[in-house]
Design a protein around this ligand. Structure first.
Ligand code: GRF
Length: 208
């Protein structure tokens, strides 16, 4: 059984997709052991509570320095002894020591087809604004392992989504979530939980 800790900052629709997939059996051999948010008011924490999953808030605002926050944050994650850490709309930079400790055991969902529209500053609606400003016809989402860079780790799954006439950043964001993010993030967890994923030379491979 793969013990999964999910890190969130906001509404938690990706968390909800994971919870639903565990409950429906679309994800097998995995359970969510805890949810951590940096934001006390994140609706994601409420979603966890409703499904009987432990939730905690650890905010950088509660600590005198980033180092102190990082230590406490890592200690909280370690307490749950996760086999896999899932960043599901988590807006805090992962401490380098944590990336090192959990090498190839942290995944992130990013709302673009990496390497387009990713890296520092590309989060939330900004990603979709940039895609519309460039006039691309296809967008999508990516699940990747987390390394020391921003959105630079091994790519595990990607799914494309069409841009449509009249799209606004908000409309596009919603379509990318519905058609891509909520599908590939649970799928990635199921693949990992069932031993189908290996990482070699900076690339992720899925076995049939
Ligand atoms: C998603 O678009 C995700 O790709 C991005 O942040 C958003 C989180 O949404 N990293 P939610 O909190 O899962 O609803």
């Amino acid at each position: 059984m793969l013990d999964v800790v999910v890190l969130v900052s906001g509404g938690g629709t990706n968390l909800q997709a994971i919870i639903d997939a565990v409950e429906s059996g679309d994800i097998t051999n995995a359970r969510i052991t805890g949810v951590i948010s940096n934001n006390r008011n994140a609706y994601a924490l409420e979603r966890a509570r409703k499904h009987g999953i432990s939730g905690r808030c650890i905010s950088p605002k509660d600590f005198a320095s980033r180092e102190e926050f990082n230590e406490n944050f890592m200690a909280a994650v370690d307490e749950w002894k996760p086999d896999l850490i899932v960043l599901a709309g988590f807006l805090v930079v992962i401490p380098p020591a944590m990336t090192e400790r959990y090498r190839n055991r942290i995944i992130n969902i990013h709302p673009s087809l990496i390497p387009s529209f990713c890296g520092t500053g590309f989060y939330g609606l900004r990603v979709h604004e940039a895609a519309l400003a460039r006039g691309v016809k296809v967008v999508g989402a990516t699940v990747h392992f987390v390394d020391e860079g921003t959105d630079t780790g091994p790519i595990l799954l990607q799914k494309a989504v069409e841009v449509e006439d009249g799209d606004t950043p908000g409309i596009l964001q919603k379509r990318v979530m519905e058609q891509a993010e909520w599908k590939i993030l649970p799928r990635a967890i199921d693949l990992i939980a069932n031993g189908k994923v290996t990482v070699r030379d900076g690339k992720a491979f899925v076995s049939p």
